[in-house]
Design a protein around this ligand. Structure first.
Ligand SMILES: Nc1ncnc2c1ncn2[C@@H]1O[C@H](COP(=O)(O)OP(=O)(O)OP(=O)(O)O)[C@@H](O)[C@H]1O
Length: 234
């Protein structure tokens, strides 16, 4: 059985008004899948469906039994009344994580240059710092499935490199990663497989050459797989 099996017939924000339809794919362990598509194509909605956050879903989302997952949202979300480190302590207490996880959290914070600031409130951080805090929070729990919505937004070059290294480390640990991104050159370089979403459904799926063939992208670039809403309407 796959780590995650997504079989969505229809799903959306209002009953019987689907924002996405016929989205079927599976995610394996130790793999990185890039979900790409134009603004409004349905990527975040697909993630919300997986997380069980949509009011309307016809279909099934199956996770391998006992799969611990983490989600890194597109926009950082923190509790106003907790310092960054208190977030780790809180999640650690709720998830009953041992000291090893908190030590890994400290290591991640050092890597992201947040260690000196960890007793401050994340609301006072820059956007990139908030994003890095979210990444560290998602990783320190030791997820087997990682779902990430646009992780590179706001990260400086060294943090971007750090994140790429961490994604690689996660994959080597066996984590299955589903990542939405518009940074297609990076996606093309690091992802094992791709799901191209267009107008709420899967336009192409598979490894790079399969997806490029399915999209008719003769130039070998994922950019040619993405058609914007304006272009579709022309
Ligand atoms: N909270 C919401 N309520 C109603 N409709 C929504 C909501 N969020 C998104 N939608 C609609 O669902 C469709 C898909 O949007 P979605 O956010 O999934 O796109 P996306 O591919 O993630 O785009 P982007 O690249 O801009 O993040 C759009 O038509 C959008 O207007």
């Amino acid at each position: 059985m796959s780590l995650l099996t997504v079989d969505i017939k229809e799903a959306g924000y209002k009953n019987k008004e689907p924002a996405i339809s016929n989205v079927h794919f599976a995610l394996e362990q130790a793999s990185l899948t890039g979900m790409i598509g134009a603004n409004g194509a349905g990527k975040s909605t697909t993630i919300k469906a997986i997380l069980g956050e949509l009011p309307f879903l016809e279909g099934t989302i199956e996770m391998e039994e006992g799969t611990a997952y983490s989600y890194i949202p597109e926009r950082p979300v923190y509790y106003d009344e907790l310092t960054l480190w208190e977030h780790f302590e809180f999640v650690g207490a709720v998830e009953q994580l041992g000291e090893g996880h908190l030590n890994y959290a400290r290591e991640l914070l050092k890597k992201f240059r947040l260690y000196e600031r960890m007793h401050e409130f994340p609301g006072t951080f820059s956007k990139g710092m908030q994003q890095k805090g979210m990444i560290a929070l998602a990783l320190f729990t030791g997820p087997r499935l990682l779902i990430i919505d646009e992780p590179f937004m706001g990260l400086d070059p060294s943090s971007t490199r750090m994140l790429l290294e961490l994604l690689d480390e996660e994959k080597n640990k066996g984590t299955g990663i589903l990542m939405c991104t518009h940074i297609l050159d990076t996606a093309q370089r690091i992802c094992d497989s791709f799901i191209v979403i267009e107008r709420g459904t899967v336009k192409a799926a598979g490894n790079l050459s399969e997806v490029l063939t399915q999209c008719g992208a003769g130039d070998g670039s994922l950019y040619s797989c993405i058609t914007t809403e304006d272009e579709l309407n022309d």
